[in-house]
Design a protein around this ligand. Structure first.
Ligand SMILES: Nc1ncnc2c1ncn2[C@@H]1O[C@H](COP(=O)(O)OP(=O)(O)OP(=O)(O)O)[C@@H](O)[C@H]1O
Length: 301
């Protein structure tokens, strides 16, 4: 698997305080990489370091296997399109005029510019002034600007922020079309639900540290759902399991958090040993959202 972005111990400090710490990002080529974390967890700071907009305090960024440094920066950045702050573009100009400015700045032909506009499905809206665009259309124009140079990697910082459900769905579809066309997309969000179905790989940041990186399937597998025990005497069971297993009474069942298979068997044995009949032992169903909330201690939503 080739990595389009890899970082080694990437760190950024402001005034002695690390806002990004020892980050080892691994972004496989061809994926949609969902870069998730609560507000203030360090996503934008990381993306800015990848794009050389700010300098890392420590660590290294490698793009397409090559270290980013003074000698390689220009060439490597030529293969990356990005949308970092709020959507770019001159509001008093039309979409077409804005794209023409980008084409001139980058000395691009008409073809890639047309293709970029079609990819974001704005080709029917190009003669409108950007101030009359919806927020979603402005975001998409920003993405078209980033795509015009035909990048291998597209970096988008919170592209769904502030969009209505239709706008969010439009961006999701766009991300899928892009990866079908061979572009790797790295997209940040503080809301798992906005990108989880689109992202094939997830990186979750909390307080500047990567707390999970892998596929959605791996994320679900990494979590330990609560064990729920149904028994003949829930109160008695709570007394037996309360201290040692951190059990809590939840209606008529006893809930045991963070328990592995062996500990679960021990808990059941303890109940049976005390003469309490156990008639049901289940694991709670967990959604990706629950796992994300657990990992980020509820800070994500
Ligand atoms: N130039 C700066 N000087 C000092 N602190 C900064 C600077 N830029 C960012 N920070 C701090 O770094 C932390 C991470 O900010 P960052 O913008 O990277 O987070 P984020 O995950 O992108 O969140 P958000 O979605 O809110 O932008 C925050 O506490 C922020 O206040």
């Amino acid at each position: 698997m080739s990595l389009i972005v890899a970082t080694e111990k990437l760190t950024k400090r402001y005034g002695g305080h690390a806002v990004v710490r020892d980050l080892d990002l691994r972004v496989p080529e061809g994926c949609v990489y969902g870069f998730l974390g609560p507000n203030g967890s360090g996503k934008s700071t990381t993306l800015k370091m990848l794009l050389s907009l700010i300098r890392p305090s420590e660590g290294e960024v490698r793009i397409m296997g090559r270290p980013m440094n003074r000698n390689t920066r220009r060439e490597l950045l030529g293969g990356i399109g990005s949308l970092i702050e709020s959507p770019p573009g001159y509001a008093h100009l039309t979409g077409r005029e804005n794209m023409r400015i980008v084409a001139r700045l980058l000395a691009l032909d008409d073809r890639p510019v047309d293709l970029a506009v079609r990819t974001v499905r704005l080709h029917d809206q190009m003669d409108k002034r950007v101030r009359d665009y919806s927020l979603g259309m402005r975001q998409r124009l920003g993405i078209a600007m980033a795509l015009a140079r035909q990048p291998r990697l597209l970096v988008l910082d919170e592209p769904t922020n502030g969009l209505d459900p239709a706008g969010i769905e439009e961006i999701r579809g766009l991300l899928r079309r892009l990866t079908d066309g061979g572009v790797t997309v790295m997209v940040s969000s503080h809301l798992l639900g906005e990108i989880d179905r689109t992202a094939t790989v997830l990186g979750i940041l909390s307080r500047g540290r990567m707390i999970f990186q892998g596929t959605r399937h791996e994320l679900l597998a990494a979590s330990t759902p609560d064990v729920l025990i149904d028994c003949t005497d829930p109160r008695g069971a709570h007394e037996v399991l309360g201290r040692e297993f951190d059990g809590a009474l939840d209606g008529g069942t006893v809930r045991l958090p963070g328990l592995g298979d062996h500990a679960t068997a021990d808990a059941v044995a303890a109940l049976v040993g005390q003469g309490i009949g156990v008639h049901g032992v289940r694991r709670e169903e967990q959604s990706l959202e629950d796992v994300f909330m657990d990992l980020t201690e509820g800070g994500g939503l």
